[in-house]
Design a protein around this ligand. Sequence first.
Ligand code: XMP
Length: 525
Amino acid sequence: LVLILDYGSQYTHLITRRIRSLSVFSLCISGTSSLATITDLNPSVVILSGGPHSVHTPDSPSFPDGFLSWARSHGVVVLGICYGLQLLVQRLGGDVRVGHKQEYGRMEICVDKPSALFPSGKVGKRQVVWMSHGDEAVTLPDGFHVIARSDQGAVAAIENPSAKFYGLQYHPEVTHTAEGMETLRHFLFDVCGVEAGWNMEDVMEEEIKVINDTVGPDEHVICALSGGVDSTVAATLVHKAIGGRLHCVFVDNGLLRYKERERVMETFEKDLHLPVVCVDAVDQFLTKLKGVTDPETKRKIIGKEFICIFDAFAQELEAKLGKKPAYLVQGTLYPDVIESCPPPGTGRTHSHTIKSHHNVGGLPKDMKLKLIEPLKLLFKDEVRQLGKILNVPEAFLKRHPFPGPGLAVRVLGDVTEGNALDILRQVDEIFIQSIKDAGLYDSIWQAFAVFLPVRSVGVQGDQRTHSHVVALRAVTSQDGMTADWYYFEHKFLDDVARKICNGVRGVNRVVQDITSKPPSTIEWE
Ligand code: XMP
């Protein structure tokens, strides 16, 4: 195991991902974890991440007392990156001071002479790297050597090979560091002697074993399938482990996309053979949503209604089985559970948070279900790889994210007004199908149409019309936290607008949303 102690750098998750991409298992925990937490994980390598702090700030985060002597006595290799290097230097008795020149961005460093971290022939004598630091190491602890310096003369890399302690002042994990991946590869395989071998087949086998060890032979498990990648892959994995003792429910709340119910049910039943009940709750949801225009109230109503249906499903199951289901499957992913040391002012917390949309609207408090979260150590792209091994169709795995409240947040205002939902479904289908036909679907993070509660004047045939306006939204993004609007070619937009106005009754105007997030959000409500 390669363990990463997180001190709040925006790149910490990237270190974890880069190492996993080399088929080595890595985990990230808070940089202030206790010594027992660290030693229980039995890592062979520990990486101290970067972070926004200065080692001189009171209460700046650090590893626990005894960590370095434990590492030394157990032959554990320690690599400090950026703030991690400075921590290492300071805690071992060296000197870190506020740099006279701060170094941010792309820089060149010069490797002094061949060393364990930079042997000749592995990386260039001059390297372009990504720096982001204010403080600098000025006096190194006993046994350390400077092995590279920046053009300004600041320490860029250090090592003490006999103690197995290393430090990089720059970020090898970011792509701007040209030889970063090569440096990490050399560090892990040659310096640390780590063996590659972590792969999704093993993850699948391990998770299946964990599920079988957890769920007793006569216990039952329930799962709410949303039609999204995470819950589908999680359910498929649990099904592979316990078969018919898994019971899934899919709710048609009337807020789904064009033919969504038929399409996802076909995947669940035909491709994945999942035991799934489809509940038709269209009237139930739309009755409750009638006349409601406030977005948050809509969300609350949808969440509450979902819980009622889920509760009823669990009760029916209890009546049928003669016992309560004991577990609930959730598609929680690793980024949602990573404990981290929060950079000041970012609002990140140490707490174990689960995004509300993974709960598909929250859970009834009195259900007392224990959770099974088989994806909680995986990133999204790893979940897709796992899904592939589990034979989840590729097209399904690549679907754009879809919000839990569905089209309710894409029909602005009252969703039951006129035939807004039907119009939106048709427009959305034309837009998405055109994107797929143009081969653009996989380059876009999310694309959809929005129904605006306004009418505008138009002329169709010889008639004046007073019809609806729809907006098209397509964005690129890494994680949905920030987003850029997608640049379509004019010809593409022209074709789509024509198809929509000619094909969907009640629409005479199409506009495109050209705002990024921030200042806008991805959804309109
Ligand atoms: P925003 O609109 O906040 O969206 O920029 C970021 C991402 O989250 C999705 N989203 C939601 N997902 N329940 C969900 O399950 C919601 O209430 C919700 N609101 C937004 C949105 O589609 C985008 O991917």
